[in-house]
Design a protein around this ligand. Structure first.
Ligand SMILES: [Zn+2]
Ligand SMILES: [Zn+2]
Length: 415
């Protein structure tokens, strides 16, 4: 028999609307059947009293690395897969209990982890994995230390590739790497299109991949029915990615007006990721960052908030991502408070629900409290719309429902 659950007396943030409404939600099977004033006439309906709670769509984190167990990144990529998988499984369970019902992994998580979730071997959120990301030689995804004189480690198509990254040069290597990830079930393709903070060998302002390489990745992804996301800090990298067909710009920390115009003209999304920056500023040296990494971090930090303001002012749709690594993984809620420095709580919650769902190409089905949407719902103690910091504490998430099934239930049942 199909399960029917009635959430009674909720204040509802539906993922989109400005105002919160007092309504009930009827869940039938995996989906939301009805939202409104609903009486539990049917004895088959199980009623759960959520009065006083904010019920909202399950949170979506659009930029995670669930296998990012350690920094420097080469320590993680050189760890055994059995360890990285165990790390990822534990992390996914933790994120689900904190109210995140969907994660988009931007490099590392792969088909094996996807299968373990699908078969119910492990508990975790919905996972949209990219498999290995793509980097050029010496780019942000090439984790080899500068003095590491070994061109080909694994004997695969591309030099220096590791567990998290294809190091691919030239159009044919890029096409092959993209096709391989799509064969393995990647939901989207991730490329490294500029320098980054944590990588050992690239200047922050470097533009990575040629136009033809980026366009080749976009063509392969588009032909498959999906899209490319690109790691970009400097405005020049953002502009060229937008013009070459990349759909989602990750980080977007050093925007300028020209980059904003290119993003608008090409219907791009941005996924800002602030929390790791603040954590690295305080703890980066202890986490193994060297002086060059810290210097690059300072440049990004000097621009990140202004960049976010420009994205907001330009009306570019912004998702929500955390990009945490290593020990920082336990601060998953800090992105909310970092974003609050620039954004209103309602905008942050829209980013983490309906806008992230659009980024995942699942708008309407995820990130919404509406009839027909998948029943990924959370009940939150307190009012994140006036104080977003309540989402920093996973204990404030009293209920987590995914696909219509209760995954966390710390509410007193009404009936
Ligand atoms: Zn990145
Ligand atoms: Zn990342």
């Amino acid at each position: 028999m199909t399960d029917k659950i009635l959430l009674k007396g909720a204040k509802i943030f539906d993922g989109v609307a400005d105002e919160v409404r007092q309504q009930d939600v009827l869940v039938v099977g995996q989906r939301i059947a009805e939202v409104g004033a609903i009486e539990a006439g049917d004895t088959a309906i199980r009623t759960i009293d959520v009065s006083g709670m904010l019920v909202m769509p399950g949170l979506i984190d659009a930029h995670v690395h669930i296998c990012g167990a350690e920094l420097p990144i080469i320590n993680a990529t050189s760890s055994h897969w059995s360890y990285l998988s165990a790390f990822a499984f534990r992390l996914m369970e933790r994120r689900l209990m904190a109210g995140f019902t969907t994660l988009r992994d931007m490099g590392g998580a792969n088909a094996g982890i996807g299968r373990a979730l699908r078969e119910g071997l492990v508990t975790g959120p919905r996972l949209f994995y990219s498999g290995k990301l793509l980097s050029q030689t010496g780019g942000h995804g090439d984790a080899r230390p500068r003095d590491y004189d070994m061109a080909s480690v694994l004997g695969n198509c591309c030099s220096g590739s590791d567990k998290f990254a294809w190091v691919a040069d030239g159009v044919s290597q890029v096409r092959r790497a993209v096709r391989e990830e799509l064969r393995l079930g990647a939901s989207q393709i991730k490329i490294m299109a500029s320098g980054g903070i944590l990588s050992p060998a690239d200047p922050l302002h470097s533009l990575q991949f040629s136009e033809s390489e980026i366009r080749a990745a976009v063509e392969e992804a588009t032909n498959h029915g999906t899209y490319v996301s690109a790691h970009c800090h400097p405005a020049g990298a953002i502009r060229r990615c937008a013009e070459y067909g990349v759909r989602v710009i990750e980080h977007a920390t050093m925007m300028d007006e020209v980059a904003a115009e290119a993003m608008i003209a090409n219907d791009c999304y941005a996924v800002p990721t602030l929390s790791l920056l603040g954590i690295l500023k305080k703890e980066g040296r202890d986490m193994g960052l060297d002086a060059a990494n810290m210097e690059k971090l300072d440049i990004v930090l000097a621009h990140a908030q202004d960049s976010l303001k420009l994205l907001r002012k330009s009306g570019i749709p912004m998702g929500f991502g955390t990009d945490l690594f290593g020990k920082a993984h336990d601060r998953e809620g800090s992105e909310f408070t970092q974003r609050r420095k620039v954004d209103a709580p309602i905008d942050i919650l829209r980013s983490a629900t309906s806008i992230n769902a659009e980024i995942l190409q699942r708008g309407g089905e995820l990130g919404r409290v509406a009839p027909g949407a998948l029943a990924d719902l959370i009940a939150v103690k307190g009012d994140p719309l006036s104080d977003i910091a309540v989402l920093e504490d996973p204990d404030n998430v009293a209920m987590v429902m995914m696909d219509g099934a209760l995954r966390k239930d710390e509410l007193r049942r009404a009936a």
